[in-house]
Design a protein around this ligand. Structure first.
Ligand SMILES: [Zn+2]
Length: 318
């Protein structure tokens, strides 16, 4: 059995072939061209064909294709309802992939939902049955698994912790249109904002990035924090406290046994974890503790593997 995977993110797209036990047999990654979504799906399907042919197989040998998309997905109507890229709204993604590749079983979902399902099949697997899966990267997204089942909610957005309010006195604007959201205060974008604020009055900090050839963003700041730079550690601590605040609300409401963290900033969980856990412990009803915060086992490929897991998950319920 072979599964096709298409993971379209806001900046990168991955396509490839995955085995039922989560081995990546073939994968291509390229930057997402967002201006024409139908043309982009067509291009991605073409690259998927390259992947299957490179393994010496044909499309008809695929058991199905999973597609993860960066927005709200309506699984009954099989469309991408809403994204931050308006031209992608109401994209009939399933119909398009079915027609382009001649494969009936095409399953779509939101990228973070796909990550949470991927964790179930290929990551921590049966270790946890109640968890919140949170991606911390440019933005912050979340998905909720209860008793081994993904909870989608009314329009597919259950578990989206990124827009809980975590700052009321000095709220920053969020891409969702609100102010003070976790995404605005604890994401990679927020960390970049804190760096920019700091270097306005701290030339030494700015020069440090330059002298080491580091970008003035979350990744560069993580490197400095890991090297013991106090200012960088403080910036990460600030983000961690906000993340802990948002997760604390979620833990009170949902009672997960663990929060699984993915995403580019999430890969620096070692420097975030104390701040996150410290804040959770101050925020959460002690009866719900302990709750651990761990890294995904799927790494950078979480949404790509998650897309493949969507197919397995659907086959299981048929
Ligand atoms: Zn928001």
């Amino acid at each position: 059995m072979l599964i096709g995977s298409i993971d379209i993110g806001g900046t990168k797209t991955m396509v490839g072939i995955v085995s039922p036990d989560g081995q990546i047999l073939s994968k291509l990654q390229f930057n997402t061209e967002r201006s024409d979504p139908k043309a982009w799906i067509t291009h991605s399907c073409g690259r998927l064909k390259e992947c299957i042919h490179s393994l010496g197989y044909d499309l008809k040998e695929l058991s199905g294709i999973g597609v993860s998309l960066p927005g709200i997905v309506n699984r009954e109507r099989n469309i991408l309802v809403r994204t931050v890229y308006p031209e992608w709204n109401n994209l009939r993604a399933v119909e398009l992939v079915q027609r382009l590749l001649g494969i009936h079983k095409v399953v779509i979902d939101n990228d973070v939902n796909a990550c949470a399902i991927g964790e179930m099949y290929f990551g921590h697997r049966d270790l946890y049955r109640n968890y919140l899966w949170v991606t911390v990267s440019t933005g912050i997204g979340g998905a909720l698994v209860c008793e081994g089942r993904l909870i989608r909610g009314y329009n597919g957005s259950a578990g989206e912790v990124g827009h809980m309010k975590v700052e009321f006195d000095h709220p920053l604007p969020c891409p969702c249109g609100q102010y003070g959201c976790l995404e605005a205060h604890g994401s990679g974008t927020a960390i970049k904002h804190y760096i920019e604020e700091e270097i306005r009055n701290n030339r030494i900090f700015s020069d440090l990035f330059d002298s080491l050839g580091l970008s003035k963003d979350a990744a560069g700041c993580a490197r400095l924090a890991k090297d013991g730079n106090g200012t960088a550690i403080e910036i990460y601590r600030k983000a961690a406290v906000y993340i802990g605040r948002g997760l604390g609300y979620a833990v009170n409401l949902l009672n997960p046994e663990v929060v699984i963290i993915g995403g580019g900033v999430g890969s620096s969980l070692d420097i975030l974890k104390d701040g996150i856990l410290g804040t959770i412990h101050k925020t959460v009803n002690p009866a719900l503790l302990p709750v651990d915060v761990v890294r995904t086992r799927l790494g950078y490929d979480a949404a790509f593997l998650g897309a493949a897991a969507l197919v397995i998950d659907q086959m299981k319920t048929e």
